[in-house]
Design a binder for this molecule. Sequence first.
Ligand code: WT7
Length: 650
Amino acid sequence: MSSNQIESVLKENRTFAPPQKFIDNSVLSQADFDALNARAEEDHAGFWGDLARAEIDWQQDFEQALDDSNAPFFKWFVGGKLNVSHNCIDRHLADKADKLAFIWENDAGDEVRRITFQEFHDEVCRFANGLKALGVGKGDRVVIYMPMVPEAVYAMQACARIGAIHSVVFGGFSSEALRDRINDAEAKLLITADGNLRGGKEVPLKSMTDKALDAGCPSIEKSVVLLHGGLDVSMNPDRDISWADVVAGQATECEPEWVDPEHPLFILYTSGSTGKPKGVQHSSGGYLLGAIMTNKWVFDLHADDVYWCTADVGWITGHTYICYGPTAVGVTQIMFEGVPTYPDAGRFWRMVQDHNVTIFYTAPTAIRALMKAGDDIPKDYDLSSLRLLGTVGEPINPEAWMWYRETIGKNNCPIVDTWWQTETGSIMISPLPGQTTLKPGSCTRPLPGIAATIYDEEGNEVTQPNVGGYLVVTKPWPSMLRTVWGDDQRFRDTYFFKFGDRVYIAGDSAQRDDDHYFWILGRIDDVVNVSGHRLGTMEVESALVAHKAVAEAAVVGFPHEVKGEAIMAFVVLKTGYADEEGLDQELRKHVTEQLGALARPEEVRIAEGLPKTRSGKIMRRLLKSIAKGEDITQDTSTLENPAILDQLRG
Ligand code: WT7
């Protein structure tokens, strides 16, 4: 990528300072953050070492904060011993035993469970003892394939408690995807449920599991089945055992297994791209520290906050910002089984109102879906408890950001646009809600101790404003992935392929503006080169979404005789707009007006939806094939809505 050719066409210049009340009540002040940044600058490893001592309960103190002698295989907090589950649960019992850890709502919205930290402790210990009785121990892999129920978190925490390594597979994945992950991890145990309702639709987890196991998962010895959804399932007496039987008679105390900080806490497979899934391996000590610090810094947590991260525990966001981070800092959180649009598009807002949610963290795809449903819906609910909003997962279009700010936050809540990845373990670049002046669409600046910057093709730092390049991290950080499970070479080849063993390549392209704010342009392969000019697909998408008729847009490049590459735009219209004659021309003109003729889509295709993975990511590879007129050979098993493909083929 000749990155000096990337042209900035982002023309966002609105800015929003934090509300004074938020500044006044922030846990940490600007002076506190200045001190953190200064300390990190002066002694990177010592900075993290100090935090690790202050924020984690160690069973045995560590001797060395960072061992970087074998880059890119970094080791943090060498010589220490800890247990993650002890840090998330036991240490709160002295003063927070009766505080709610979870408020859970089921899919239909007619059941609420309230779980204190004491109950959380007892359930995790009983299940941990049950796992031990099944012969699961330190280092064994356990695959978890469950709905969004508290037991999913209990299962993860129980693994952490006994030193077993969990690998959560999102409940929306197919049986083939499940089987591949079980086999790659060589898991001994599978934990699942009969099934559940999600958005009113039955998810038959147990029968999918049976399909996966029957197709060949030689490492699996037993499968634990939570009977939750009332589905009719067949239990294989040689293999299947109910959750209730696993915990029956087990004690509510379970001595934690004290592990080395580098002991793998979990493996999480990254989805979406072609090839064998990549098992991102995370550590115990460093990962926990990243989860704790980012929860505190980015979410400004107070003792009485009600925090809600809407992710599924099948994704990294659900690991770090449901299972581990919020529990480690002892905040009350909401957990939700369902989807944002069921029974209607007011579901999130009804739950915010009913539970007095103060901090709300969701994804741009959800925001756009709810925005599409119209402004009248949120107006029916009292959202005044909200004080902080967050987003994660993809660049947020400025229009969606403004809607979130105005219609949900009532112009009164900072929005933290958090950039990070499965691989980074925790948030890397994000506004500090009480300090940072926001710009819609920018994740602003790196957190303390995170050496994120931009490199050009030659590995020089790009210091000029509005020049794009590779988003890299030039110093190790505690919550970074440790390797790709069972494949050190792939770890090197994927993340350290260009600038040496100390420069982590995120795979995103980005640029900074005059204020050193980061703007994510997309994945490296999402940059389109039109007539020698590189355009971030996101910029064109934002322009399209700014049109009154457009709800959502995805843009890809395809080969063009004269221009090298041209742009094809796939567009979903807002409710109330029809695909009228001439609309595609109008949209092409609109993009030209917004961004210049260079960015004008060669073709606009209007459809009812975009092909997305179940995590809401647009499957650009598929769109690229469609744009090129190729047959689709990619794996479409993780697609939410396969029927859309026919419409898009035009
Ligand atoms: C990729 C990582 C991190 C949890 C969810 C996704 C994109 C993520 C942002 C953001 C722009 C973002 C990047 C990144 N991304 N957050 N705030 N602004 N882009 O995890 O599946 O590992 O995906 O998501 O492209 O590389 P993931």
